[in-house]
Design a protein around this ligand. Structure first.
Ligand code: 8IG
Length: 276
């Protein structure tokens, strides 16, 4: 497929300025000038947007500066402006660019920087992921308490030293647990992908302190913190990681588990967003 020119691919360009342009595009295309909370919907979480509130506008991500075409089925390439019952403005990002697509980390975190430029002060990141922790079962949502970034990359450029001590906000996790006290917490390991892990890599992830393995979120969370946002993260365990489950991993299995869990996690997300 022919790749369109993307301004983020110019090394001399300022990614924050491109994010401000993207935020102006969103304001223009949705008619909503500012958003309070941004919500990235990963595998399995796609239906949540309908439950969070009233959709004011839906726009193709490709009409917004710097956004790429989605690479994957189950990832909706749209941006939506939602109004919640209590009057919060939510920017729903259904167009995640993954690190494994190979377009560089600027493109991966562009949606996060754009969300910050729309005014959002909270970034909610969701994903579908593999469970390493043996107490997890497919279909279970897990609150991300911390991450281990195994990409050996960073969205920060130059000598930008950002503190990540409370990256996945204790305050926001507390709010999530008031909505669902049974929510377990876990440490998310971001692997590069797109292959799933070997059983040995999954054992390693467990030994170094990981509970969840996935291919997104950590780099986005870092960029969100750099932009001054508070971060909340959820993983939907769609499969047990390789070697934890006996059968080979398949993308169909991932999609099935997502569909089955959809009503429950959509309600969860709607209630958490309204409680923030
Ligand atoms: I869904 O088992 C989903 N995404 N790295 N490993 C990794 N990413 C995933 C997995 C998994 N399941």
């Amino acid at each position: 497929m022919h790749e369109m020119d993307n301004p983020l691919d110019d090394p001399a360009a300022d990614p924050f300025e491109i994010a401000r342009t993207a935020a102006a595009d969103i304001a223009h295309l949705t008619g909503v000038g500012r958003h309070d909370i941004a919500l990235t919907l990963g595998s399995g979480w796609g239906k949540a947007a309908e439950v969070v509130g009233e959709t004011i506008a839906t726009i193709p991500a490709t009409e917004v500066t710097g956004f790429s075409h989605p690479a994957l089925e189950g990832h909706v390439g749209t941006l939506r402006s939602i109004l919640t019952p209590s009057g919060k403005r939510i920017l729903v990002i259904g167009a995640r660019t993954h690190y494994y697509e190979g377009h560089g980390v600027r493109r991966v975190v562009h949606s996060v920087r754009t969300a910050a430029a729309t005014g959002a002060t909270v970034m909610v990141l969701t994903n579908g992921a593999g469970g390493v922790n043996r107490t997890y079962t497919p279909g279970r949502p897990v609150l991300i308490s911390d991450h281990i970034n195994l990409t050996a990359d960073s969205p920060l450029e130059g000598a930008t030293f950002v503190d990540l001590t409370d990256l996945y906000s204790r305050r926001l996790r507390g709010i999530a647990r008031t909505v669902d006290p049974s929510l377990p917490e876990g440490v998310y390991c971001q692997f590069r992908g797109p292959h799933y892990e070997t059983p040995a890599e999954v054992r390693m992830a467990g030994i170094i302190g990981g509970d969840i393995v996935g291919m997104s979120t950590a780099l986005e969370a870092i960029a969100a913190r750099e932009a001054g946002m508070e971060v909340l993260g959820f993983s939907l365990i769609t499969n047990l990681a390789a070697g934890i489950q006996e059968t080979p991993l398949s993308h169909d299995e991932v999609l099935d588990a997502g569909r089955a869990a959809e009503p429950v996690i959509s309600q969860l997300l709607a209630r958490v967003v309204e409680a923030i």
